[in-house]
Design a protein around this ligand. Structure first.
Ligand SMILES: [Zn+2]
Length: 149
């Protein structure tokens, strides 16, 4: 048995963006739409891991391997120019929203961690790889994506 899928991307050689995001299935389609329509990137190398790049905070082999692949594959092979660090509301890697005492505490924890991860990575990444940080949170209409300064 086989299944064929049309694909007009196979001869492309360059990709503008790499993304690291959480594996959480609830966010996959929305994240794709945010990256395409909100940020304007159709193509991106995708790194998915529980908690996005949270494990960089452990300053262990995860960070080393992630940075190595970003440089050797995404940057050197695919000519990626930007890296998006994407966190999300109610992340299971943090125990979910229920493990925080308030919406504000949850959001401030994610935002602090994104910035710390950025700071830990920026010194080890090439100067011409720009880091973008974003976070999604639940609103009555759906998910709101906030791009950090
Ligand atoms: Zn998550």
């Amino acid at each position: 048995m086989s299944f064929t899928v049309p694909n007009d991307n196979l001869d492309k050689e360059e990709c503008p963006l790499a993304v690291i995001k959480c594996i959480d299935f609830r966010f996959r389609e929305s994240d794709q739409e945010f990256i395409e329509k909100g940020l304007g990137f159709k193509d991106f190398d995708l790194y998915a891991w529980p908690g996005s790049a949270k494990d960089v905070l452990k300053n262990n082999g995860f960070k080393t391997d992630f940075i190595d692949k970003l440089v050797s594959v995404s940057k050197n092979l695919h000519s990626v120019k930007k890296l998006l660090l994407l966190w999300h509301w109610d992340c299971g890697a943090y125990g979910g929203s229920k493990s925080f005492s308030s919406v504000e505490e949850e959001e401030s924890t994610y935002l602090k961690d994104i910035r710390t991860v950025r700071d830990m990575m920026v010194s080890e990444l090439p100067d011409d790889l720009e880091i973008i940080m974003a976070y999604s949170k639940r609103m009555p209409q759906g998910l709101e994506y906030i791009i950090l300064e």
